[in-house]
Each structure stands twice: as C-alpha cells, then as structure tokens.
Design a protein around this ligand. Structure first.
Ligand code: ADP
Ligand code: MG
Length: 909
C-alpha cells in the first residue's frame, strides 16, 4: 500500500491547526459560489487524459495532486465534512444550548466547541454547512471521483458518521419526491450514463451489504455469503459471486436501488438489526473502449482484409466506483443493552474499527496496515493507500448532546486526510471482447459456410436431377425410336413377304407350264450351292489340317532347335577345322611359291650362262666352270669350237675317253680338258655319259693326284651333274665320297669351287637327299667353307639352299619327318653367320635356305636358339627382293612358335 505525505494543494490541515484560535475567520457560513466551477473544468479536461485531467483538478475539488510518472499519480484521500440541519427533536431539545460545531466553509474550517469558552479548529478539504444542497455536495465530494472513474481509475466515495447524521441522506437519497434531494449514487449514475456510449461502453452494478463480516447480495437476498477474491498480481478485489446488473438507463438504476433498499430492510428485520449497523456498498463498473484503438466493428462487416486488424484486441479502460454507506460510527453499547451479546457487538464493530486502525496506520506511515483484519478493509484496500481516488464525507449533527461522537467523527476525518493514494489507470486489452467478436465472426462464417454448402448441395441435386431427367428422356427416345424402327422393319418385311407371295402366286398362275423347268433350275441352283458348300467344307478342313500341320511343325521345330544348336556347334567345329586346313594349304602354297622362286632363280642363271656362251666374269655360276676349261682350247683362236667338234668327229669320243687313262700325265690332262670342254655343251653330255665318260672322270678323281686333273675333272662332273639321271649315276658310283676326298686334298680354291658346284647340283635332287647326306655330302660342303673364297662359299650356299628346298618339299608331302638334316649336320651356325653376307649370291641362297627351313615347325626351336629367327625377321623386313621378303613374312606369321617367341621378346609383328 502506498502511503505517505503528498504535495497537497488544498488545505493545510494537520494537527498543527488543532487548538489554534482563528477568530478572524469566524464568519457566517456561506456557500462558496466557485465550488461548482472546478468540477466543470475538470470534466472538460477529463477527455484529455487521466494524468493531465487530474493535474488540472481545481483547488475546490477533492481531486488533485501532481503526476509523477506512469506508475501512478499521487492522490490524497479527500475529506469533506457535512453538517446536518437540526431536526425537529433537536430544535426543541437543544433550543437552549449552542451547537457543538461552528463552520467556516470559506476557510474550510470547522470549530468544535470544547466548552463555553474553548473551541478546536479543524481544516478539511471541504466544509459543507447544513444549507449545502445535495447537488453541491455531489459536485464537491463525488463528481471528481466519478470523472476519474470514467477516465479509467478506481474511485471511492464513502460516508462516515454517527447514525442519523445524514450518511444515507447524502449517498442514497433517490429524490423521488423532490428532485433536488437526489443523493450521490443517483447523481453519479446520471453523470456516468451521460458520459458513456451505450454501444461501446458498459455500466454494471452490484449492491451489497456487509453485516457481521458477512457479505450479502442486496440484489439477490438468497446470496448471503459472498466471498472476496483478490488478484495477487494487481491487488484488485472482486466479488465473482455478486449479482452484476448492467445499467442502460437511469430508471432501471433507480429501481435497482429501490430493490436493494427493500432487501436491505428485509434482511435487517430478519437479522433483528438496523440498517445503521450494516455497511452498504454500491459498486459501479464502468468499462469504456478507448477511442482510436477500437477497430470499430469493421471485421463484422465481413471485410476480410481487416482480419489482421480485427485480431488486435480493443483497448479498454475499466473504472470502478465504490460508494460506501458505512454503519453508524457510534460505539455499540457493549453492555448488550440493545440486545447484542458482547461477541455480536465486537463483530458488528469489527469492520469499522479495522477501517479506523488501517487509516491510523496509513496516516502514521506505519509499516503494517492491518488490511486483512476485516472484510470491509479488504474490500476497501484500494480506496485507502491504494490506487483509487477516494473521497470521504464525514457527517455530523449539530447537537451538543452528541459532541463526543461528533468529535470522534472529526478525528476520523482528520486522519483520513493524511492517507495518500497512488492513482493508477486501469487500462487493459479486452481479450474477452476480442474473443467475443471473433466468435461472432466465426459464427457468421460458419453460418455463411453452411448456407453456401446447402446452396452447393442443392445445386448438385438439381444438376443430378437434370442429368437424370435427360438420361431417362434419352432412354425413352431411344426406346421409342427403336420400337419405331422395329415396327417399320417389321412392316417392310411383311410387305415384302406379301409382295413376294403375290408375285409368286402371279408367277405360278402365269407360268404354270414353266413350273417344271423352274423347279429344275432350282434344283440346279441347289446342286450348285451344295457344291460350293462341300468346297467350302473341304477348304475349311484343309485349313484345319494346315493349322494342325503347322502346330506339329512348330513342335518339331522346337525339338529340332535343340539338335540344331548342337549341329551349329558341330558346324562351328568343322569351320574351325576348315580354317586350319586353309592355313595349312596356305603354308603349302607359300612353299611352292618359294620353290618356284628357286626355279626361276636357277632358270635365270642358266639363261645368262647360255646367253654368254663363253667365259663369264660372274663368279659362282656354272658358266665359270666352263671358263676354266676353255683357255686351253682357246689356243687355236676363234675356231676353237669348230676344232673340238672336228676333233670329236675325227678321233671319236671313245678314243678321247680312253686317253683319260693314258700313261702320260700331260695326255691325261689334255684329255680331261677336252672331255670337260665337251661336257660343257649340253648336246654332248648324254653321249659322254653313254660312252662311260662320267665313270672315267670319277675314277680319275680318285686315282689322280694332280690338282689340275682334279680341278678340270670336278668341273666336268659338275657340268654333267646338272642332269637328273647323271646325278643318280654319280651318286651310285660313290661320287660323294670321291668329291669329298678331292675337296679334302685340294689347295686351289677353284678346285674346291668345282667340287662344291658338283655337290650343290646333287643337293637339288629330291631322291638323293638321304643318300647324299648319309655319305657325308653336307659335311663335305660345310668343310669347304673354311677356305673362305667367295666363289666357294657361293657354291656351298647354293648347295644348302637346294638341299633345304628338297627337304621342305619332302616334309610337306609327308615323306620326311623330323628336323632338317642340315640342322642335324650342324649347318645352322654357318647359315646364320652368312645370312647377311655382303656378297649378294651367297646372301640370296642363304636367305632362301632360311625361308625353307622356317616353313617347318619342327625346325623352329633350333632356329630360334641358333639365331635364325632374328635373320628371318630381318629378311622379312629388309630383303631387297620383294618375293623373298613376302615369303619370309608369311613363313614367320604362320608359325605359332615363332609368333610366341616374338611376343616373348616384345617384338611387334
Ligand atoms: P444516517 O444514515 O446517517 O443514519 P439519515 O440519512 O437517515 O442518517 O438521516 C437521518 C434523518 O435526518 C433523516 O430523516 C434525514 O431526512 C434527515 N436529514 C439528514 N441530513 C439532512 C439534511 N442535510 N437536510 C435535511 N434533512 C436531513
Ligand atoms: Mg443510514
């Protein structure tokens, strides 16, 4: 509870004045003509704002104080004193005595007579004489409070005084007989109703009586124990159990007051007490919406854009005016003379004495204010030391007989003047009304929705019905037209039948004679139809058969699909075999091509030799053999050929041959030379052999120790060895051994060249391969290479190439198996060594030999380890003769062993 001294603008009071003599101010009581003015001014300012309105309260009003902050405005409890006129009894009884009080209203002072010569002076906020009108009392005491309530503050107007001094007169007069008698309650309500808007504001009233700490509802007498509820936060008290009647006009309020008064009377009769023993409380709740904050029902017009605005709760100010007609302040006789027990007396006085104690405590700034001691103080906690604007009117009578009570009343009023309140605006957001408004809005929307839904459903129903009608009409139309059509066709049909019958009848009548014929025609037709039918039937049967056939074929196909698959596999295998065969054949072809090459090579040589017809300069060829013989014959000049031929004719071949065995060495040499010369001519060769010349030459090789004879004889044998028959002859007569032996003893490279040439020729014979090798032919050839003469080497190379060619052919034909005999006899190192010999005749033969050897897988390993593969690769890349290059390439690529080796060596091929 706020309390303490304030900045009072009205009335210097306090006890300091007590006992002072103010005779100068002892003037006759008069009505202050200014008293009504401040109230009017205050009213005009009330709409400006609570604080400013309060600040501008005039000195004549009970309102006032200075605004400090928003938390509240100091507002002291204002106290007025009212003196009742003498009543009839007093006029008589006190006629000889002076009044106990003397008023100085203009000074707002009251003098209380102590005795005939002494008075105490008291100052009040207002001093109202016995002549003060009800209107003036209202304006001075209550009006500022009412205005505060209308501005949103709580307000209290209370009357305190001895019974019979006019509390009820001041507060509760209804003024039914005389308008001027209307008391504060009636006038306050008049002002309130005049100020509020019945549309946006509300005024409601409760009327209660407090007796012996029991709160009774004067508007509903059955409700006789109403509890007080305090809001712990705001400290506001409320009486939820009390009847709250909304007031919309003055008349209904007056009725309510009357009703309350009647109930109060009845209740007091029932309780066997007087109204003076109870406190009456009128509570007026004024709720006002603050203009400018109220959305003014816009949302209720269905304006949805204002929904957000409408969700803002309206701001309201709630003022509560409490008018309290207290019980008589006189002390109840504790002796029980009035029929009360002591306990009852205590209880009756409890609230009032508690009020006195609280006011004392507040006046003295005591730390403890015993508000909770009684129901009255609990109810009035806001009125004294709280946030309400409070105006107290103390009523006194003039009779000196009641001087003591009057003095006590005055003292009560004096203390009350010290109580300081802190006025607070009761402004809040009205969530309830917002909720109500939203409820209304919601209800409207629900209604609207329902209406729309209904309209929608009706529309759907209508459309459905329409559709239904249309459907049934369409169905009807359809059925009708169907029926019409049916009837029409039936009619047509019947008519056609009728017409046909008529026609038939007519025909029968007309063509009676033709009937038989007609019948026949009909029979023909039937037959035709039957034929067609049977044809159709057979066709159908055929089709059925076909279908069955296809079905079984399909089944067959499915069965054969599996076998077809295996067939495919088989075929694939066959295909692979074919591919293998093809590869093999290709190998053979390449080999044949190489043989052809060899043959063409040899043919070339032969041709060259024949073309030259004399000693050539090219070493290594057979022509050179002849050249060795010729010089001896050239002695007779150009006629040489002719002379030999002449000799041949004159002497005869037998004679010449016999000379080969002559005693004389020179003769033998000459003879050999002659035979050799003859053997160089192809035409003579057969004759020489037939005459035993070859045998003689061979014998000579073995028997003679003369190197010239050896050389010339070997040359002759070499020439004769070009013929296949001669080759066999040479072999059968141990030619290889003789030639080998000759080679072994020879010192002249030309001798070796002749011997090597002879063996090389023999090497070209397919049939003699094994025998030749078996008799050391290959070894003999290889033995001659150590002389190093290129002519000899060329012959050796030719022999090896010939041998390799024949071997290759034999292998391809299957008559030879196993690796090459050349390799067996150790020819490979020399072959490899001379594969890139600078002399092209040597190199060519060796290249060919390598190609032949390479064509057979059986030789591959030896060739790889002997380094021949490297040579083969080189040949395939660098050989200047394209045919040999191609042969080498094909040979390489058709050998899996070579390819594997190349891959291993990471040689790209
Ligand atoms: P209280 O309520 O204090 O007991 P009342 O209001 O009942 O006193 O007044 C007692 C009597 O005095 C009533 O008959 C009333 O009409 C009369 N009375 C009181 N005050 C005045 C007044 N100011 N002028 C004329 N009559 C008065
Ligand atoms: Mg009364």
């Amino acid at each position: 509870m706020a309390s303490g001294g304030g900045n009072y603008r009205n009335g210097t009071h306090r006890n300091s004045l007590k006992g002072t003599t103010t005779t100068a101010t002892d003037k006759p009581l008069s009505v202050n003509s200014n008293l009504s003015k401040p109230a009017l001014k205050n009213k005009s300012l009330s709409s400006v704002g609570a604080s400013s309105g309060l600040r501008k309260s005039s000195p004549g009003s009970l309102g006032g104080g200075t605004a400090k902050d928003d938390a509240g405005v100091p507002g002291r409890v204002r106290v007025a004193v009212r003196l009742r006129p003498h009543n009839a009894e007093e006029s008589v009884a006190d006629a000889d005595f002076a009044d106990c009080v003397e008023l100085q209203p203009e000074l707002k002072r009251l003098k209380l007579r102590k005795n005939n010569w002494d008075k105490d002076t008291y100052e009040f906020d207002e001093v109202l004489t016995e002549f003060a009108s009800q209107k003036r009392v209202y304006e001075v005491v209550a009006k500022p409070v009412v205005e505060s309530v209308l501005d949103g503050y709580n307000g209290t107007v209370m009357a305190y005084g001895q019974t019979g001094t006019g509390k009820t007169y001041t507060l509760g007069r209804l003024g039914e007989e005389d308008m001027a008698d209307r008391g504060i309650m009636v006038r306050a309500m008049e002002d309130i109703l005049a100020d509020v808007s019945l549309e946006s504001d509300s005024v409601s009233v409760s009327y209660l009586q407090l007796y012996m700490e029991s709160l009774q509802d004067l508007l509903d007498p059955t409700n006789d124990n109403i509890s007080i509820v305090e809001d712990p936060k705001s400290g506001d008290v409320s009486l939820p159990g009390a009847t709250l009647v909304e007031i919309r006009d003055q008349q209904s309020f007056l009725e309510l007051l009357r009703l309350g008064e009647a109930h109060r009377y009845a209740a007091n009769t029932k309780l066997n007490t007087e109204s003076s023993r109870s406190h009456a409380l009128l509570m007026v709740h004024v709720k006002r919406s603050v203009k400018g904050r109220e959305p003014a029902h816009s949302s209720e017009n269905g304006n949805s854009t204002n929904i957000a605005k409408s969700l803002r709760p309206p701001l309201v100010r709630k003022g509560k005016l409490v008018v309290v007609d207290l019980a008589g302040s006189e002390r109840i006789d504790k002796s029980g003379s009035e029929g009360h027990t002591l306990e009852e007396a205590k209880s009756i006085n409890l609230s009032l004495s508690a009020l006195g104690k609280c006011i004392n405590a507040l006046a003295e700034n005591s730390a403890h204010v015993p508000v909770r001691d009684s129901k009255l103080t609990r109810l009035l906690r806001d009125s004294f030391g709280g946030s309400a604007r409070t105006s107290l009117v103390i009523t006194i009578g003039p009779s000196p007989r009641h001087r003591g009570e009057t003095a006590s009343t005055i003292m009560f009023g004096q203390r009350a003047m010290k109580v300081e309140n802190m006025l607070k605006l009761k402004e809040e957001f009205d969530y309830k009304s917002l909720a109500r408004r939203l409820d209304i809005q919601l209800d409207k929307m629900i209604m609207e929705h329902e209406r729309k839904q209904k309209a929608f459903e009706d529309e759907i129903e209508r459309i459905t019905a329409d559709a239904q009608n249309q459907i049934s009409e369409a169905e009807r139309n359809y059925a009708d037209s169907m029926e019409k059509e049916r009837l029409k066709y039936q009619k047509d049909y019947m008519e056609s039948i009728k017409k046909l019958e008529e026609k038939w009848m007519l025909n029968q009548q007309k063509q009676g004679g033709e009937r038989k014929e007609h019948m026949v025609f009909t029979a023909e037709e039937v037959a035709e139809v039957k034929k067609l039918l049977s044809k159709e039937t057979s066709l159908r049967k055929a089709a059925e058969e076909e279908v069955n056939n296809l079905k079984s074929q399909l089944a067959q196909l499915k069965i054969s699909e599996a076998s077809a698959n295996s067939e495919i596999l088989k075929l694939r295998k066959m295909l692979e075999d074919e591919a293998y065969q093809k590869e093999k054949l290709e190998g053979e072809i390449s080999m044949l091509q190489s043989q052809l090459l060899q043959l063409s090579f040899e043919a070339d040589e032969t041709r060259r030799r024949l073309d030259r017809g004399g000693p050539g300069k090219v070493p290594g060829g057979l022509d050179s053999l002849i050249s060795q013989v010729r010089p001896q014959l050239n002695e007779s000049g150009n006629g040489e050929k002719a002379s030999i031929a002449k000799l041949f004719e004159q002497v005869g071949l037998q004679k010449i041959l016999s000379l080969l065995e002559a005693e004389d060495a020179d003769v033998r040499i000459h003879a050999v030379k002659v035979v050799a010369n003859l053997a160089a001519e192809e035409t003579n060769q057969q004759k020489i052999v037939e005459a035993g010349g070859l045998t003689s030459l061979l014998v000579l090789l073995g028997s003679s120790e003369d190197e010239t004879i050896h050389r010339v004889a070997a040359g002759a044998i070499a020439n004769l060895a070009m013929n296949e028959t001669n080759q066999e002859l040479i072999m059968s007569q141990g030619g290889i051994s003789l030639l080998s032996m000759t080679a072994a003893n020879a010192e002249d490279p030309q001798t070796l060249r002749m011997v090597a040439g002879a063996i090389a020729n023999l090497c070209g014979n397919d049939k003699l391969q094994t025998k030749l090798r078996g008799e050391g032919g290959i070894k003999a050839l290889l033995g001659m290479v150590k002389c190093g003469h290129p002519d000899v080497l060329a012959q050796v190379a030719r022999g090896i190439a010939n041998f390799a060619k024949c071997e290759s052919r034999a292998s391809t034909q299957g008559s030879k198996t196993g690796r090459s005999l050349l390799i067996e006899d150790g020819a490979l190192p020399w072959i490899v060594q001379n594969a890139h010999n600078d002399a092209s005749p040597i190199r060519r033969h060796i290249e060919l030999a390598i190609c032949h050897l390479a064509q057979h897988e059986v030789n591959a390993k030896d060739m790889i380890s002997g380094g021949a593969l490297r040579e083969l690769v080189r040949i395939s890349r660098n050989c200047s003769r394209e045919d040999i290059r191609t042969l080498a390439h094909r040979t390489l690529t058709s050998s899996p062993t070579f390819l594997a080796e190349l891959r291993r060596l990471r040689i790209d091929y």
